[in-house]
Design a binder for this molecule. Sequence first.
Ligand code: ADP
Ligand code: MG
Length: 480
Amino acid sequence: MKAYRTLCELMDNPEKLQVLAKEAKVFCLLNGLPYPMRESPELATYAPVTLFPTPVRGAVFEQALAVQPHYNLLVDKISQDAAFLEEALSSTVLADDFTDRLFNIHKQMLAEGRASPIVLGINRSDYMLDQSEDQGGLLKLVEINTFAAGAFGTSDTIAPLHRHVLRLAGLEGLRSSVPDSNSTVQLASALQRAWELYARPQAAILFLVDDAEMIFFSHFKLINELRERGISSIRNNFEFVHKTGWLSSDDRLFVDGLEVAVVFFRDGYVPGHYTEESWATRLLMERSRAIKCPDIATHLAGTKKVQQVLARPGVLERFFPEQPQVVQQIRATFVGSYTLDQCPEGDRAAAMAMDSPDRYVLKPQREGGGHNFFDADLVRVLEEVGAGLGRSSYILMERIRPRVERNVLLRRDTPPEPCDVVGELGVFGAYIRAEGEMVLNVVAGHVMRTKPAEHSQGGVNQGLAVFDNVILCGGNHLPL
Ligand code: ADP
Ligand code: MG
């Protein structure tokens, strides 16, 4: 308790904060937490980070880890249930061109009988701790990412950073409550396992990336880890694959002369990532024998619309018919989610949101941050779409009111001053299904991203959130 009070008191000591901030920045540069500068990717500064870890109840953190293998299974089961996907997305594909194009690739794969025999999934479930519970907040799911599950790698160095800061702050006793994330090793092991199942020692892993991606250092952590294991990677964009990629007569994918065992998509989750050529390239990769992470069906399983349908009564039971315990564990993390389709239920949800816009979030079928609507914007968009077809491209979600903490956000050109922040905990999961069997299903590390409390959304890439980690409280840890 005394240690935690000292941590809080530090916030009111500007001189000490200055010293700790300086040390933290040096630690980042010395220990693999650089960040590219927007003006030139050749230049790097320290990664945006919190000075201190964020208190999270140990039991809540354990809950998030424990439910992740179930989320992995759920996503995988959805991806194999063509009837469910078709029904769930039937209105969305009419209203949203992007989902429609993805869905058409999926349909084409089914028609051609190309369901992937081996699937590698790398997911990230994102949670906020709501403030309704005085015991430290309930774990509430913001979304599951089956495609854009980034921020791995970087997260691994945040725990050592925070332990370093705690030591410098004289809080040695708190260091053991900062859990490690081991995402690089875990994800490398999942990629390696998939690569081994592909069973062609000369084949490479393709990281399909966007050149503008800011968190690219984390890719190299993974690429280097794979190199250590004797596996080579190609890291390039859609255009490169379009120019140098082809399929052999037995559907093996070759890029730049190298056979590809696994395609790890880090690009292609919003319409802006695609030209007509990239759509053709996506199709080429889907058709290939290469193991896709994710395949098109798993990509669709992660849409906002599917996540809304999952919250309907009885839907989780469809996927876990004999496992009420699993259903209960997953459902405990849900908040309300409502259809906005052109039906009485959709009309009711829209009216409810117009009545109390502060209680909901309006979500289009987009990923990567910054696309949702809150408060007056939510009202404006709902007024614009009215009861028309366009409304079906959105879903409505109950708004989580996350716990507000004090912390110091360390960012380039920003003084290290304490402010009110809210955090979002991401838990990585990795799984492999081969010939109908789950041969891997694990938790693969975690990442916390924290932003000033006044922003309702915005990630690290948008310059709002910073990397963070948890410090466990309650039980054997420090009191909350
Ligand atoms: P994206 O795929 O763009 O990351 P998310 O569903 O994760 O979409 O939403 C982006 C951000 O919006 C989240 O990081 C969070 O800050 C905020 N947000 C999303 N859903 C909710 C919610 N139900 N309650 C409160 N904030 C939310
Ligand atoms: Mg998100």
